[in-house]
Design a protein around this ligand. Structure first.
Ligand SMILES: Cc1ncc(COP(=O)(O)O)c(C=O)c1O
Length: 443
């Protein structure tokens, strides 16, 4: 059997050295916890299309694609050129620019729930603003979220992300925070309805990803979403979709277009910025206007949304316009094609492991895929926390990731996102590597 850890270490001495330096000056050596993987992460030197290269000169086929941002692949020349055309007068000026209007118009055209939008610099900020808008609009406090749901590191939502769900996911949160957040199971309609009814008097919103990133890009069942939609109307609470991964990814109009149930507020990021930093909260005009500074009311009657030095950076706006413009123009080919490729890939991964009697389940919607190793076939991977039922999932998932790294493939949680730049040859070689790894894992 191949010693994949030694192979990875042999190939990456410069990354190893740099990581040792990083640990002295950066907690854990990384600024985003997901970017660590054992034995140490590799440092990227440059990237193009479906691939990136590390500082030791190794090539990787990349399915992480900038946290699932690069639906058109790394360093897409169209986006680069359009950005260069659009951002000719400085990268940042802190004054409003025409590009933000154009991007806002595109968001409102493409996302069914968006009538008005405010841009910020990250998805974390955007989910914080969405919750604040909901609390301001309803004048209530409580939030329902999904067990396992990740909406960035904002203090309002750092609850029930990882088990045990009744404990907060960080130090430093307000003492009463945990009482404000109620967590329900994804796709469990009865549980969600009960929670909405039980907390209706003080319920500001329910926030969920209609295609859940955590646990395997699993689509919400239509019945689950429709029931929540109906019940939130009844309770006078708002429905927030976090479409930071699914927006412009599973369909041009996001999961709300695909699944046909529209929220009050949508949180966007990633693809929206075309590879530049961005976040956005978008929604019905009357809800969004609660942050409108031109309505003459007291400051405590208005929601504070925005205020970032770098919000609406011309570079982010320009890259976003290029990205959304391109996707809109080519939607009829891009989305069906990515869906076909994704479905095929998920089946081929399961088959490759099955050939060696390893039960693997590959979940996902459209171009997204995630590989799980359930302990038996009875386990249904249908919710973001299903992974907790899989005893040695972490071990196997980490093993798969590290083996793939040693072979020059970068995945996250045994999966990732296919971009338009992944070729048939890329995918064939990936499946060959998976097949070889399956044989070794069996041994
Ligand atoms: C579903 C979801 N919401 C929110 C966020 C936070 O976005 P950002 O990392 O841009 O702050 C992420 C990031 O991965 C995400 O996947």
């Amino acid at each position: 059997m191949k010693d994949y850890l030694s192979l990875y270490k042999q190939k990456t001495p410069k990354s190893h050295k740099l990581y040792e330096r990083a640990k002295a000056v950066i907690p854990g050596g990384i600024c985003h916890n997901l970017r660590y993987h054992p034995p140490y992460p590799c440092y990227i030197s440059h990237a193009l299309g479906s691939k990136f290269w590390d500082i030791d000169g190794n090539e990787y086929l990349d399915f992480w694609q900038g946290h699932y941002t690069h639906i058109l692949g790394h360093a897409n020349p169209y986006i680069k050129n359009r950005m260069a055309e659009l951002v000719s007068n400085g990268m940042m000026n802190g004054i409003i620019n025409p590009l933000e209007v154009e991007l806002a118009e595109l968001v409102c055209e493409l996302i069914p729930s968006a009538q008005k939008v405010r841009f910020c610099c990250s998805g974390t900020e955007a989910s914080m603003y969405a919750v604040r808008l909901a609390r301001s609009y309803t004048k209530r406090n409580k939030i329902i979220k999904i067990q396992g749901g990740w909406h960035g590191a904002n203090s309002d939502l750092l609850y029930a992300v990882q088990k045990p769900y009744e404990k907060p996911d960080s130090l430093g949160l307000p003492n009463n925070g945990v009482d404000q957040v109620i967590a329900v199971t994804f796709n469990n309609t009865d549980m969600a309805i009960d929670a909405i009814r039980k907390h209706a008097d003080d319920l500001a919103c329910i926030i969920l990803e209609p295609v859940s990133g955590v646990g395997g890009f699993i689509a919400a069942e239509k019945e689950f979403l429709s029931a929540i939609r109906k019940e939130t109307y009844k309770a006078g609470a708002l429905l927030i979709y976090d479409e930071i991964i699914s927006g412009f990814r599973v369909a041009l109009g996001g999961a709300q277009e695909l699944l046909g149930v529209v929220p009050d507020i949508t949180v966007l990021g990633k693809i929206l910025g075309g590879g530049q930093p961005i976040g956005a909260a978008a929604g019905a005009a009357d809800i969004m206007d609660i942050c409108n500074p031109n309505i003459h009311i007291n400051k405590w009657e208005r929601a504070m949304v925005g205020g970032g030095t770098f919000s609406c950076m011309p570079a982010s706006m320009a890259a976003g316009i290029a990205m959304l413009g391109y996707l809109r123009q080519h939607a009829e080919t891009i989305y069906p094609q990515l869906a076909k490729v994704g479905e095929n890939l998920r089946l081929r991964i399961e088959k490759a492991f099955g050939q060696y009697d390893i039960y693997a389940k590959c979940t996902g919607v459209g171009s997204l895929f995630m590989t799980h190793f359930p302990i038996n076939k009875k386990i249904k991977i249908d919710s973001p926390y299903a992974a907790n039922y899989l005893t040695d999932v972490d071990k196997r998932e980490v093993e798969l990731k590290t083996r793939l790294l040693a072979e020059g493939v970068y995945v996250m949680h045994g999966g990732g996102a296919v971009s338009t730049e992944h070729t048939g040859a890329d995918l064939d070689s990936f499946i060959e590597q998976i097949t070889q790894i399956a044989a070794e894992m069996k041994g």
